[in-house]
Design a protein around this ligand. Sequence first.
Ligand code: EPS
Length: 390
Amino acid sequence: MFRFETAGESHGACLVATLTGLPAGVPVSVAAVNRELWRRQQGYGRGGRMKIETDTAEIVSGVRHSQTTGAPIAVIVRNRDWQNWTEALPVEAAPDSAEKQKPLKRPRPGHADLAGAVKYNYHDARYILERASARETTARVALGALAKQYLRQFGIEVLSHVIQVGVARLERHAEWDELAALAQKDEVLLGCVDPEAEARMKAVVDEAYRTGDTVGGVFEVRAHGVPVGLGSHITWDSRLDGKLAQAILSIQAVKGVMIGEAELAAEEFGSKVQDTIHYDRGERRFTRGANQAGGLEGGITNGQDIVVRGYLKPISTLRRPLESVDLDTREPALAAYERSDVCVVPAAGVIGEAMVALVLAGAMVEKFGGDSLTEARRNFDGYIQQIREF
Ligand code: EPS
């Protein structure tokens, strides 16, 4: 079965990821994986860490001669910053170095620090934050890049863009071609397709910088070329919208998820919200009046683009810290500050793409199986033929 896992700490030696279940024979480009890692590092509002790191993937198993072998794929991304943290995060006990351990005693509101410290019984939130950190998403993006390469074999593409930073919003629909052009850019500011809206978003980030604050926003992920029939209505846990929602919500700082025009749908009458059904006799296929359902009905893909949005809260490490309490003394104290980002919405979009790609790849493997890509494609082509003859 298709599954993936990540390990690694923010300032540890490296991030590790494994992916099992892709058929043999899927073309793999390491350069394409690195391009996705680069995209994740970009964005107006990123902190100093991104100047230290140049994330590059080392694939250490499951790929031979630029193709998957069907065996688990293991990927490593080394943390360059690790060299500054060897005394704080040693694997073996280092009894003399208590002051070098960089303990975090003043938990940051909004971060995993306090709940994690209480749960895991540590008076040092360093044990928690190193793993809770969004640095972990580097590993997810590496795997998502592999999932994208598998999906591409079936004509499926996954992209994202930023539609809101703080109160600054993109006020128009973005075309698929605009998302594609954005992904080709070699300079990513805020990942918005519209220069005027991007300028307003930049101004919000600038204000957060100036005031020692942080700011959140909304990204949108779209999947194009998805066949009808992934996911199923038959059980709660086979509904693909539920799986996508979990995937997006699992991204650090994401507090909400929306599929299609959910917000509008909640306030409009049904006659305005459902996507009407039509039939093109020439093309011999069903068409739809709009795509407000975001490509999913009854938990099943309907052949339209999948549209899913992630809502990010502002990240919780503030240069002008909020009220907190010292874990040892229990006295009031300002929350800890350590180098962080001010705005991560563009990066979150790239991570959202990776998560959507991984969920879709899982659904494709489930439906079309195949030990080899040849077998998977035969199954896929047979199903597409069945749809044509429906
Ligand atoms: C990072 C995400 C953020 C960064 C981190 C790198 O992690 P967090 O969720 O902990 O705020 O701040 O960089 C650092 C921890 C640092 O030392 O600067 C990422 O996406 O790579």
